[in-house]
Design a protein around this ligand. Structure first.
Ligand code: ADP
Ligand code: MG
Length: 699
């Protein structure tokens, strides 16, 4: 469908290469810091400033300060031929004193053109004192006095990347700003007036032209307004999706409890209060005519699987099928193995759809799914494949959804009519962030662990004590325990990661022989699965060295020790997930977080949280507080939205307001047809929420 983006936005959605100075080579660098479009440069806000309005006489210019000086060029001194280490020097001065301009690898032609002897120039840069004499190395600006206005001002400093010159970036951003139009006001006028916020274009210009340090704060009226715009577009988009879902016909799935009763009787335990409560919430959704879209949040080991099973049984009781989608083959298999015997008690057939089943066997399996002979299907994203058809898919459960894109959520559900959707995640998400990512879902929390879990003994240990760790591993192995050893994650280079893990693998292998196995990101999925599987087997290897995060959710009940090297490099949520892998089988678990000293204060505080609590939600909130929203949970991989302007840790209140605002807007003007509604459409397009706009009748 063609985009109906208002034409007023067209200049902003042109390629960044249309801006002066941004050729194909630089566009790569610009893309790295900001993005590919003009609008991306608008969102690239200054992180600092340089005040060039200080204009002392040469004799008064203090060392170490940025100054703009008006000087006469007195003499050029070229370096001796062949000696490139001696700089090109130019002496200049005024009535009060002299100053040497220093250029390493200076080009004579260029410098003679820029600084002809006898002329007066305005130069700006940091004044240094060397050997008791004033100098300036590579001035930032050299202009004829007539162009003083170009220099005598406060310059914004933008976040850069190597190879991108600040001048070029600033010029491109200024050009982008010049293209920014006046926008129709999408904010509520009384609210904006109360907040004292400028109009959009003024806010943008102000944010890009800080005059002093306080202008750089995140809560200035200009920045707050821009942040609010972004948050409102996010919340409005989610609210629209939610509205659409409500309008889409769901179906009432009413289980009679007959199958559930049998399975519950066969469970070796009783459901916890939290499990019963969330199940009741799910039942209510499934029974209703509306389509369910519910997120079940629960720590590793909180017992989500059995909740999923019970929900799926309700779907089967009401004559439909259910599907459980998980991120990896091995998890699919594990779930199938746990659930099959339970389902069998109630006479329910579960099938595992795996890439390993091929040919006639696969054809038969797919036929059984198509005919409805199989009632519950478990698999990876392979469940999306075209050849998989359901007789009648009533419920789709998606486990560990962070591995799947947010948009994939509904794709599985599209295999049925009005299919209910239950998304399960073990990643504890702070409430504020949950709002940004799942504003379109209802949320249940499994906040109580099954009884009998022993706390994991967590210790912070300096990497210097590696030898002791190896001894501890040997002792645990001798006692029959299983140990995970996770090696550092260095994002820049998988090769370095691998080298570190291989080295660790060899160290351990030297002591423990074939009791050690290695799994890394460069292995083929099948080989990885095989190694994980071997580790899981009784009598298999007892130490698993891994480069990347161990497959989330894989259950090795007798794993007792988790060692994480360079724990300070991991997100807390990741560490929490890793720690959740041990101490599951009733045995005591130990988690050793190895760090390299010295730690920064923040890193220290973060690791201490890990030591002091096992509550995933507390950890997530603290992580957010300490690191800021952009970084929490390794946001980029997590499928959570990344905000360009807003910072959840600072603008959390604005987010809550934006949510209420979005609700109110849609309750009054569900199709965004009023004047403000039209302006809000522009806002949605501005923040590229095109999907949300498509939900509108006349979108
Ligand atoms: P999650 O998927 O949330 O990480 P699981 O569903 O794998 O957790 O459950 C972890 C373990 O707890 C499993 O071994 C499961 O059998 C067990 N379990 C689940 N619910 C209960 C309960 N109510 N009482 C005791 N054990 C339970
Ligand atoms: Mg699970």
């Amino acid at each position: 469908m063609a985009s109906l983006r208002p034409s007023i936005l067209n200049p902003l959605f042109a390629a960044a290469t249309t801006l002066p100075g941004i050729g194909p080579r630089l566009s790569v660098l610009v893309e790295k810091v900001a993005g590919t479009k003009v609008v991306d440069l608008l969102w690239h806000l200054p992180s600092g400033l340089t005040d060039r309005r200080f204009t002392p006489k040469v004799g008064d210019a203090p060392a170490g300060k940025i100054a703009t000086l008006t000087v006469e060029v007195l003499a050029h001194a070229q370096p001796p031929p062949g000696n490139r280490r001696v700089p090109y020097k130019i002496t200049c001065g005024d009535a009060t004193g002299k100053l040497t301009l220093v250029f390493f690898h200076g080009d004579q032609d260029y410098l003679e053109r820029m600084l002809p002897v006898g002329d007066t120039r305005m130069i700006s840069g940091k004044v240094e004192v060397f050997d008791g004499k004033r100098q300036m190395t590579h001035p930032d600006h050299i202009v004829p006095v007539a162009q003083a206005h170009q220099v005598l001002r406060v310059e914004p400093i933008y976040p850069l990347t190597e190879g991108l010159s600040p001048k070029i970036l600033e010029k491109a951003i200024a050009a982008a700003l010049a293209k920014a139009p006046e926008m129709p006001e999408w904010q509520d006028a009384p609210y904006r007036a109360r907040q004292n916020w400028p109009a959009w274009i003024d806010a943008l210009r102000t944010a890009h032209a800080p005059q002093n340090e306080t202008d750089l704060a995140l809560l200035t009226p200009a920045r707050s307004r821009l942040a609010y715009d972004e948050l409102l577009s996010n919340q409005l988009a989610l609210a629209l999706m939610r509205l659409k879902r409500r309008k889409a016909r769901g179906r009432s799935l009413q289980g009679d409890g007959s199958l559930r009763k049998k399975v519950e009787a066969a469970l070796p335990y009783k459901l916890t209060g939290a499990q019963q409560r969330t199940l009741a919430e799910i039942d209510t959704d499934m029974r209703s005519e509306d389509r369910m879209l519910r997120l079940l949040q629960g720590d590793v080991g909180s017992g989500k699987t059995v909740v999923a099973l019970m929900a799926m049984l309700a779907a089967v009781e009401s004559g439909t099928q259910a599907a459980l989608m998980v991120p990896t083959e091995i998890l699919a298999q594990q779930h199938a193995e746990t659930l099959q015997p339970l389902a069998a008690v109630a006479g329910v057939k579960i099938a595992l759809i795996s890439g390993r089943v091929k040919g006639a066997a696969r054809a038969a399996l797919l036929e059984a799914v198509r005919s409805g002979d199989v009632q519950i299907v478990i698999g990876t994203h392979a469940l999306f494949q075209k050849d998989i058809e359901f007789a009648d898919l009533g419920l789709a459960v998606i486990d560990e959804q962070h591995r799947f894109g947010v948009h994939q959520r509904l794709e599985l559900a599209d295999k049925g009519r009005g299919t209910d959707v239950l998304v399960m995640t073990a990643t504890p998400i702070p409430r504020t962030l949950a709002l940004t990512a799942y504003g379109d879902m209802d949320v249940s929390r499994l906040d109580e662990k099954p009884p009998g879990r022993k706390p994991v003994d967590t210790r912070l240990i300096s990497l210097d004590r590696l030898d002791e760790m190896v001894d501890a591993v040997s002792r645990a192995v001798a006692k029959g325990g299983k140990v995970y050893w996770v090696c550092p994650l260095v994002e820049e280079s998988e090769t370095i990661d691998l080298a570190a893990a291989e080295e660790r693998f060899r160290t351990l292998q030297y002591v423990l022989g074939d009791k050690v196995t290695l799994v890394h990101g460069k292995m083929k999925p099948a080989a990885k699965d095989a190694a994980m599987e071997a580790f899981q087997m009784p009598g298999g290897p007892q130490v698993l060295v891994a480069t990347t995060v161990i497959e989330v959710g894989v259950d090795v009940p007798d794993a007792t020790i988790m060692i994480v090297e360079h724990a300070e490099r991991f997100g807390l949520a990741q560490l929490h997930q890793l720690r959740g892998r041990v101490g599951r089988g009733g045995r005591e678990g130990t988690c050793l977080l190895l760090y390299s000293s010295p730690l920064t204060e923040t890193a220290k505080a973060r690791l201490k949280i890990m030591r002091d609590t096992e509550d995933g939600f507390v950890i997530a909130e603290e992580d957010l507080r300490l690191r800021g929203g952009g970084e929490v949970l390794g946001t980029r991989q997590s499928g959570l939205p990344v905000f360009r302007i807003a910072d959840i840790t600072v603008h959390g209140d604005l987010l809550a307001t934006a949510r209420d605002d979005a609700k109110l807007i849609l309750s009054l003007d569900a199709d965004l047809e009023t004047e403000r509604g039209q302006a809000l459409r522009t806002l949605l397009y501005l923040f590229e929420q095109d999907d949300a706009i498509r939900t509108l009748r006349s979108g």
